[in-house]
Design a protein around this ligand. Structure first.
Ligand code: ACO
Length: 409
C-alpha cells in the first residue's frame, strides 16, 4: 500500500462504501511478491530477475523452482528438483480411457480442461489445498504431467500411439519427443528447437494477476482442490482476449496471407482501425504493457533462430508479421493508444515452425503457465489475510415484485 494506492478495506469498514471497477482496471486483488511488471517501461521480472536474463541463462525447470521457492536453485537443488519432476511425468494409465471418451476432433483446450480437472479423480492423496504437503505434491505432479497430457491430447487427435515420457531427456526435449516421436524410430531432439520451446515456456511461466491467474486464485479461494483450480485457469486462458490470442493471431496472419499477403496489409489495417468492423490486430495491445512487451522481443529473436535452423528464413507469415508490426508502430491509431506487439504476436510463428498445430498453441501456453498458477495459489493460501474471493455488484435489476399466476403474466 503506497502513496498512489488506497486500502479500500479500511474505507469500507469505516463507511460501508465499496468501489465499482468492472474489468478490475484499478483494483489490486492481492499483494504478491512473485512477478513484477512495469508496463510503461516494458519490464518483466520474476522474483526480481529480469526476464531477459532468465530466458538466456536459465532453463524452464530453474524458472519453475524460482517461481515456487523464491530463489534460483543451486547445483544440488537443481539436480534434486529435476529428478523430482522427472519422477512424476507418467500419468495414471487409466487417464487414457478418460481421454478416449472425447471426440478425436475436439479442441485440445476442451480436452485439457477435462483432463486437468480429472487429475483430482486420480490423485486423491494431493487434493487438500490447505495441506502444504498436498500442495507440494500436486504442484510437482501438475508441472511434470502437463507435457504428457498435452502430448497425449495431440496424439489422440491425430490417431497416433501415445509416447511414454523418456526421462533422460530435458523437460522440453521430452515434450518434443512425446509430441513428434513414434514407436517406430528413434527420435533425435533438435537442440535449437528444444531451446526455443524451453524459452517459450519461460516467457509464459507467470504474468502476475492476469485473467487466468485471477481465476485460479478465485477458484482456489473457495478451498477447492489444486487440480480443479488449475483446470479453471486452463478454461479461462482459452479465450481469444487472453491465451487464445496466439491461435487467433496465427489464424489472422494466415487469413491475410490467403487474401494476398503483404500487399493486403494496408487494407487490413484500415479494417482494424474501423471500430465498426469488430476486427482487432491480434497479438497487439495489453492491459498492463503500454510499451513493447519484453517477451515479444525475445520471441522475435527465437523466431529468427528457429526459422534459420529450419531453413525457413523466407517464411511468408514472419514477413507479414514484421510488416504489420512496422506499420502499426508508425500509425497514429496504435501510437496514441500505446498498442505494441505482445508475446502472442511471434510465438505462433515459432510454434508453427516447430510443428505444433495451431489449435494446440493455447495448450502450450497452459503447460507453461501452470507453474505460475501454482505459485500464485500457494502464495494466496500462505497469506494470513487470505479470504474467499467474493466481488460485490451494483444491482441494476427490477425492484421487488410479486409472482403473478401463470394466466395473468
Ligand atoms: N487492435 C486494435 N485496437 C485495439 C487492440 C488491438 N489488438 N487492442 C486494443 N485496441 C484499442 C481498443 O479498441 C481501445 O480503443 P478506444 O480507446 O478507441 O476504445 C484501446 O485500444 C484500448 O484497448 P482496450 O480494449 O480498452 O484495452 P484492454 O486493456 O481492455 O484490452 C487486450 C487489452 C484485451 C489485450 C486488447 O489489447 C486486445 O484485445 N488485444 C488483442 C488480443 C490479444 O492479443 N490478447 C493477448 C493479450 S497478452 C496475453 O494474454 C498473453
Amino acid at each position: 500500500i503506497g502513496p498512489d494506492v488506497i486500502d479500500i478495506r479500511k474505507l469500507y469498514a469505516q463507511t460501508g462504501k465499496f468501489t465499482y471497477d468492472p474489468g478490475f482496471l484499478s483494483t489490486a486483488s492481492c499483494q504478491s511478491a512473485i512477478t513484477y511488471i512495469d508496463g510503461d517501461k516494458g519490464e518483466l521480472l520474476y522474483r526480481g530477475y529480469p526476464i531477459e536474463q532468465l530466458a538466456t541463462q536459465c532453463d524452464y525447470l530453474d524458472t519453475c523452482y524460482l517461481l515456487l521457492n523464491g530463489e534460483l536453485p543451486d547445483t544440488t537443488q537443481r539436480g534434486d528438483f529435476h529428478k523430482l519432476v522427472i519422477n512424476h511425468t507418467m500419468v495414471n494409465e487409466q487417464m487414457q480411457f478418460f481421454l478416449r471418451g472425447f471426440r478425436r476432433d475436439a479442441h485440445p483446450m476442451a480436452v485439457l480442461t477435462g483432463l486437468i480437472g480429472g487429475l483430482s479423480a486420480f490423485y486423491h492423496d494431493s487434493t487438500d489445498i490447505n495441506n502444504p504437503k498436498h500442495r507440494e505434491i500436486s504442484a510437482i505432479r501438475l508441472i511434470a504431467k502437463m507435457p504428457t497430457l498435452v502430448a497425449m491430447a495431440y496424439k489422440y487427435g491425430i490417431g497416433q500411439p501415445y509416447m511414454y515420457p523418456k526421462n533422460d531427456l530435458s523437460y522440453s526435449g521430452n515434450f518434443l519427443r512425446m509430441m513428434f516421436g513414434t514407436p517406430c524410430e528413434e527420435y533425435v531432439v533438435n537442440p535449437v528447437l528444444e531451446r526455443a520451446l524451453d524459452r517459450i515456456f519461460i516467457l509464459h511461466a507467470d504474468h502476475e494477476q492476469n485473467a487466468s491467474t485471477s481465476t485460479v486464485r478465485l477458484c482456489g479461494s473457495s478451498g477447492t482442490n489444486p487440480f480443479a483450480a488449475i483446470a479453471a485457469g486452463v478454461a479461462c486462458l482459452w479465450g481469444p482476449a487472453h491465451g487464445g490470442a496466439n491461435e487467433a493471431c496465427l489464424n489472422m496472419l494466415e487469413d491475410i496471407q490467403r487474401q494476398g499477403g503483404v500487399s493486403k496489409v494496408g487494407e487490413f489495417m484500415e479494417k482494424v482501425k474501423d471500430k465498426n468492423s469488430g476486427v482487432k490486430l491480434m497479438g497487439f495491445g495489453h492491459r498492463v504493457y503500454k510499451n513493447y512487451d519484453p517477451r515479444a522481443k525475445l520471441m522475435q529473436e527465437t523466431c529468427n533462430e528457429v526459422l534459420a535452423e529450419l531453413g525457413l528464413e523466407n517464411d511468408p507469415l514472419f514477413k507479414l508479421a514484421k510488416e504489420l508490426e512496422k506499420i502499426a508502430l508508425e500509425d497514429e491509431y496504435f501510437v496514441s493508444r500505446k498498442l505494441y506487439p505482445n508475446v502472442d504476436f511471434y510465438s505462433g510463428i515459432v510454434q508453427r515452425a516447430i510443428g505444433i498445430p495451431v489449435n494446440l498453441f493455447t495448450g502450450i501456453f497452459a503447460l507453461a503457465r501452470t507453474v505460475g498458477w501454482i505459485a500464485q495459489l500457494n502464495e494466496m493460501i500462505g497469506d494470513p489475510e487470505y479470504k474467499i474471493g467474493r466481488p460485490r455488484q451494483l444491482f441494476s435489476g427490477s425492484v421487488p415484485r410479486d409472482v403473478k399466476p401463470i394466466g395473468q403474466r
